[in-house]
Design a protein around this ligand. Structure first.
Ligand code: 4AD
Ligand code: MG
Length: 453
């Protein structure tokens, strides 16, 4: 019978017989016995195993090298060594799979860049084991958060024919050979189809039926930006609420980020301690700060004023009507407000057609949440629920109403004020772990020029 090492280490009393399976991290040989450090990925800590030279299977000990897999049975006893409560005194060891000297994770302390080149093995390192355990726990926390609040989980399609964000950053899906734009009607779906950049439009149809919904799934963007916070394939969480305005939307975004930070502090402490030690010394203070304090809320126009008056030399220009760049976002949250910031009411020119036009007729009910170390983690809005205004918005953004007929229908039949947002799961994980490159919080990163593994 196999027990996961995390449960072995949580024992409250010694045990006569315990069976574990895992991978050897290190082996030290002494006169008459050997020490093995074994890890099975269930937790950060290794289990120390003491093997007597006479133990059944001990003749295989030379093959218990770093990276080899093994099954071990033994007696769990209190460990005399400092820093560990228990150790296993082996009564039987069995080699399952050898790992020769070419195994790339021989030594500790590899750089994250190197580990990216062995993405198939990096989950066996301490850092990446921790990252992917936290990712799993947080995915569960996302569902718990919304399910507890009666949000319905909707699986929006991955293949779509509409460009939600209107930015034209979509990957084409086709079965055509040769030039694909000559005869789109002959293509598999009878028209051009793409990988989705957002489940929002379909999500809205469900919110306008089930009231509160959320999506959580893969999202694709063909942006050619090789930055530490952009991936071509990432996971997005998109809640959508009927009978909700911008205020309610900002409230939910803030509550959600706080809840995720609280969850990580409460449920991922061993792994968080590793991040605090090796990647982000101030991690715990930052997360506690986020949980305890209200976010700053500032209209876009005021944020631009702050940036223009701050006297800082930015690489990109700052002016009313321009998009905020990452450096501007980070200045606002890290240096000026020193807090997560929700920026709202952006000029309509720089935001998509679906956002609700404010009575000033110049700004829309957009909101972006910016957090230290990352910049934008949430982008959302109250949606344009007025039929005439939605049609005018589409004209303004040069979109064809016939391409969005079903979306427009929602404004014809029982329209309601509604709002939602999208949160990039990887950016949230970067924020919660302090890991500073998006390639290191997703199992297999897809970025320009890179689809290995
Ligand atoms: O701000 P965005 O583009 O908003 C939308 O797609 C809306 N339709 C969402 C909605 O209202 N339902 O994207 C939302 C979030 C961003 O704030 C960011 O966290 C993440 O998605 N994101 C990316 N994450 C990683 N790599 C990329 N290339 C990303 N693009 C956006
Ligand atoms: Mg955005």
């Amino acid at each position: 019978m196999r027990t996961l090492i995390k449960h072995v280490l949580a024992a409250t009393e010694p045990k006569e017989i315990v069976g574990i399976k895992g991978w050897v991290r290190t082996r030290r040989d002494s006169k008459g016995f050997s020490f093995l450090e074994v890890n099975d990925g269930s937790c950060l800590a290794n289990l120390q195993v003491v093997v007597d030279a006479g133990t059944p299977g001990a003749e295989q000990l030379p093959h218990f090298t770093t990276g080899a897999s093994a099954a071990i049975e033994g007696k769990l006893v209190a460990s005399p060594a400092p820093g560990q409560k228990w150790e296993l005194h082996a009564t039987k060891i069995e080699l399952i799979g050898t790992a020769d000297a070419a195994y790339p994770l021989q030594k500790k302390g590899h750089t994250q860049e190197f580990l990216r080149t062995i993405a198939h093995l990096r989950p066996r390192s301490n850092l990446f084991g921790a990252v992917f355990r936290v990712r799993s726990r947080l995915a569960f926390a996302v569902h718990e958060f919304f399910q507890e609040r009666d949000f319905v989980y909707v699986h929006t399609p991955i293949i779509t024919a509409s460009d939600c964000e209107g930015a034209g950053e979509m990957f084409r899906v086709t079965t055509l050979k040769g030039s694909i734009d000559d005869k789109p009607a002959a293509d598999f779906f009878g028209k051009p189809a793409y990988l989705t950049v957002s489940g929002q439009l379909e999500g809205e149809t469900f919110a306008c039926a089930l009231s509160n919904i959320y999506t959580f799934g893969p999202t694709f963007r063909a942006e050619d930006s090789n930055t530490a916070r952009h991936a071509a394939e990432f996971w997005m969480i998109e809640p959508e609420m009927a009978f909700c305005d911008l205020q309610g939307d900002m409230d939910l975004g803030e509550e959600f980020i706080k809840a995720m930070a609280r969850y990580a502090l409460e449920h991922c402490s061993e792994d968080l301690n590793l991040f605090a030690k090796f990647v982000d010394k101030g991690l715990h203070e930052r997360l506690k700060f986020v949980v305890e304090r209200p976010f700053v809320r500032v209209p876009y126009a005021d944020a631009v004023d702050v940036l223009k008056k701050c006297g800082k030399d930015f690489a990109f220009p700052v002016d009313y009507g321009l998009n905020l760049q990452s450096e501007h976002e980070r200045f606002l949250t890290e240096e000026h407000f020193k807090s997560p910031v929700t920026v709202f009411n952006y000029p309509r020119e720089i935001k998509p057609f679906y956002m609700r036009l404010n009575s000033d007729t110049k700004t829309v009910t957009a909101m972006d949440v910016l957090v230290p170390g990352i910049g934008e983690v949430i982008g959302g809005a109250q949606r344009e629920e007025r039929l005439d205004q939605l049609l005018e918005n589409m004209k303004f953004h040069k979109l064809k109403p016939e391409d969005y007929w079903w979306y427009i229908d929602l404004r014809r039949y029982g329209t309601v004020p509604h709002a939602g947002f999208g949160l990039g799961f990887e950016r949230l994980l970067m924020f919660l772990t302090g890991v500073s490159n998006i390639r290191d919080v997703i199992p297999f990163a897809r970025t320009p020029g890179n689809a290995e593994f």
